[in-house]
Write a protein of this length. Structure first.
Length: 254
């Protein structure tokens, strides 16, 4: 199973994989039905979640119902319990919209919701994050998760995120983060997908962020809170929802 997961993730193009996943979802949900683990996004329960990972396979990572990963479920709980995202009238911009969130967010009556990406079939607006066709100070809340590690000029992308966010607005910009490294590792001479996979952990990544990621965000103007939300949750909840053991949610205020 683990080898099959690796082959699927590394060989099948992401856009095609997204479409195939929606076709297979009903069968997977039936096969894995149970009571041990719960996806908090839709409250579906299963005997186990699916394995996931481009290199190192993580067990109980991918929810069979929403296709959420550990970080998605943690972010959902954070938004639900710690913010007014689900109640306040706000304008939201969502980069590379995750299938786990898309339909749920579209149904929210309190938000004006725009999705954006250069390639994703799920996005309404097709645009380059480094050159956004959006007026300054347009959005109250921006979600841009696991995007910046794909962008060569991440400083320019961060500046664009800052520009289109309203003053006092909030951005959440999760990235794969190596918390044991102070400095980000990047080498733009590495362009071969196989070599990028070895160096950065995924074939389409261009860096591995270290703890200086937060300094990069602050450099363009954001006030950054390093929210380790897992510390607020019980061990029972972490097991029930299959959450990451340690994850920092970067909460950025303009």
């Amino acid at each position: 199973m683990n080898n099959l997961v690796k082959i699927v993730l590394n060989v099948i193009p992401r856009n095609l994989l997204t479409r195939l996943s929606f076709l297979l979802k009903p069968l997977i949900k039936i096969y894995l039905f149970g009571k041990k683990h719960v996806d908090p996004i839709d409250n579906s329960s299963f005997r186990k979640f699916l394995p996931y990972g481009y290199n190192k396979i993580r067990v109980n990572a991918l929810s069979p119902s929403t296709f959420s990963l550990e970080r998605h479920r943690l972010l959902w709980l954070y938004l639900k319990r710690e913010t007014d995202f689900f109640s306040k009238k706000i304008k939201v911009l969502h980069f590379a919209p995750e299938a786990a969130f898309l339909e749920k967010f579209k149904k929210l009556k309190n938000i004006s919701y725009d999705t954006i990406d250069l390639n994703s079939p799920l996005a309404d607006i097709k645009a380059d994050i480094c050159n956004l066709p959006i007026n300054s100070d347009s959005y109250d809340f921006i979600l841009c998760n696991h995007v910046l590690e794909h962008i060569l000029d991440d400083e320019k992308a961060m500046k664009e995120l800052y520009r289109v966010l309203k003053k006092g607005g909030t951005g959440i910009f999760q990235v794969p983060l190596n918390m044991s490294n102070k400095q980000t590792y990047e080498d733009f001479t590495i362009t071969d997908p196989k070599e990028r996979n070895k160096a950065f952990g995924q074939y389409d990544h261009v860096r591995v962020y270290g703890m200086d990621f937060f300094e990069r965000l602050e450099k363009v103007g954001f006030k950054v809170e390093k929210c380790e939300y897992t510390l607020k949750l019980s061990e029972e909840e972490k097991i029930k929802y299959c959450l990451p053991k340690k994850e920092i949610i970067p909460v950025c205020i303009k």
